[in-house]
Design a protein around this ligand. Structure first.
Ligand SMILES: [Zn+2]
Ligand SMILES: [Zn+2]
Length: 288
């Protein structure tokens, strides 16, 4: 295999038509690695993964060399919900997604920590921590690391400060099964600067102090359609938004991040995948 220059780059790819299709899309989009949902992201339930489908999935990885670095949970899940029925439904759905990732041998699953929907941050964060410990207790032989994603802080979303993510990880007993996903658009919208090299350094120091760089397993590479500190989550093509190209240059050349897969979640034509090809070209061109 040719020597790789810089980190592994990829994009979130659709599983429409079957999980194995995400691998083929990743290859067409020139991904080294991909993120994918492990089931429909707008439904609670999922059809069982049959052996035939799993075999096709592993064969596609073997044939293309495209790996799956992470999955992403359904947007319905909210383990911070103050409504007991929704909280329980979310916990069950999260457990199912962890089990599916184990079947698919996907090493990470990214989740937004949750929303308190009105009863306050402290109560919401406490529910998340309790539900995470209950989750890891209930899973047997779990090999998938659950990654809490830094959020933009829209509405009552939790996890928009590094301190909140660090607080949650601190409270999880199964330390080897928990981690963090940094999304450039989210942290920029939440008020962490990334573009000026000095400010970037300070942001990463804050990350390390509050969470610990060792817990960082995946980076989502998204520019932002909204201004710095807007707390709005709208992804833009690399270099075309308010974050700008220099932030991405800082990240892809950060020596501490060379082993962290960097994944696009930017808008695209799902047929041609042309925007993924272009954004990946831009990211790779930044590697010094
Ligand atoms: Zn996300
Ligand atoms: Zn993201």
């Amino acid at each position: 295999m040719a020597k790789r220059n810089g980190p592994l780059f990829g994009a979130h790819e659709s599983i429409a038509g079957g999980v194995f299709n995400a691998i083929e899309r990743g290859q067409r989009a020139t991904c080294d690695t991909i993120q994918m949902f492990n089931k429909s992201n707008s439904q609670w339930r999922a059809k069982k993964l049959e052996t035939k489908e799993l075999d096709k999935f592993f064969a596609a990885i073997e044939a293309t060399g495209v790996t799956v670095s992470t999955s992403h949970t359904s947007y319905l899940i909210n383990i911070a919900s103050p409504k007991p029925d929704l909280e329980e439904k979310s916990w069950e759905a999260l457990k199912l997604e962890m089990e599916r990732c184990n079947l698919l041998k996907i090493p990470n699953l990214v989740m937004h920590p949750g929303s308190h929907t009105g009863d306050g941050e402290e109560k919401g964060l406490t529910r998340i921590a309790e539900n995470l410990n209950r989750l890891f207790d209930a899973l047997t032989d779990n090999r998938c690391c659950l990654l809490l994603e830094c959020t933009a802080g829209q509405g009552s979303n939790l996890g928009y400060t590094f301190e909140q993510i660090g607080w949650l990880i601190d409270r999880v007993e199964a330390k080897e099964q928990i981690g963090c996903c940094l999304d450039t658009c989210h942290v920029f919208a939440a008020g962490y600067p990334l573009s000026d090299p000095k400010e970037y350094k300070a942001t990463m120091k804050q990350f390390d102090d509050s969470i610990g760089i060792d817990y960082l397993k995946i980076i989502h590479m998204n520019d932002s359609k909204k201004e710095f500190g807007s707390r709005r989550d709208r992804h833009e093509h690399i270099g075309e938004g308010f974050i700008g190209i220099e932030a991405f240059r800082n990240i892809v050349n950060d020596k501490r991040l060379q082993e962290i897969p960097m994944i696009l979640e930017t808008p695209k034509d799902e047929d041609t995948l042309a925007e993924d090809v272009e954004n990946l070209k831009r990211l790779r061109s930044l590697v010094a």
